[in-house]
Design a protein around this ligand. Sequence first.
Ligand code: PEP
Length: 290
Amino acid sequence: MTVSKQTGKEVATIARRSKRSPAEFSMKFTFGTNWKMRNLGRDEAREYVRVVAASLPRLANTRIFILPPVTLIRDMALEAAENRILIGAQNFHWAPEGEFTGEISTALLKQEGAAIVMVGHAERRSLFGESDQVINRKLKRALADGLQVVLCVGDSEPDLAAAKLQETFFRQIGIALDGVAPDASGKLIVAYEPVWAIGEAAKGAPSGEQVTSCVDLIRRALQRAFGGAADEIPVLYGGSVGPGNCRQFVAGTGVNGLFVGRSARDPHRFVLLIQEALSVMEKKTPNAPP
Ligand code: PEP
C-alpha cells in the first residue's frame, strides 16, 4: 500500500498509536460513543477530543473510545495522540483490498490513525443487511490487522422469552467468533445493545434485571466460544443511556462500561455520564474484569 501524504510528525504519531499493546488498554472500565452519520466540522471534532481528554485525570482506570464518521478519524486521532482515548471506525470491508466500490479497508483506516473498529451494530444489520457471517468476516479482518474490535449484539423485542434470548446471543456471538482464537480476547469489547432501546426510535429501555440476565447470557456465550479467556472481554451496555438514568444499567448488572449514542453528542455530557457511571460501578459493583 502506498502511504498518502502525511507530515513526518503525523506518521510518527499514528505509528506509535498503532503499536500500543492490548495490555496498555486493559483498563477496568470502558466507555465508548458512536457518532453515526453526524455532520461535524473538523474543529468541533478536535474540540470534542480535547474536552474528553481534559477530564481524563478525573477518570482513573477508564478506557474511552470514539467512533466518528470516517473523514474525522485523522484529525481526532492526532488530537488524541498523547492520551488514552482511542479513535476508530464504524464500518469497513472484510477484504484486505480490491474491487469493492465505495468501501474502505482496515489498512486505510489504520493509515488515518484508527485503533478500533465496530462490527454488528443494529443499524448495519437491519439497514445494510449485514448477517452474522459478514460480521464474522469483518471481525477476523480487523483482528488480523491488529485493531481492537467492538462487537455489538442485541435482542430485537422488549419481551423475548429466556430461551429466545439465549438463542439470539449464542447465535450472534457463536457465529461472530467462529474461527477466532481465544487469545484475541484482549482485543475484543462486546456491546450489549437491545435493538428496541437504541436511537431516536427507541421504545424504552431495559430494567436492571433485564440487563443483568442478558449480560449473563452474553458472558455464557463468550465462555462457550473462548473458555476462561472470555473473562477478559469487557461487556458494555448501550441504548438510551444518559446522565440521570445510568445507575439502572450499571448497578450490579455485571457490565464493565457503557456505549452511548445521543447522550454523548456533547462531550461535557459524555464526561458527566462517565463520571456518574463510575461513581456507581467503583463503589457498588464487582464490575471490573480481573
Ligand atoms: C446506539 O445506537 O448504539 C446507541 C447506543 O444509541 P443511543 O444511546 O442514542 O440510544
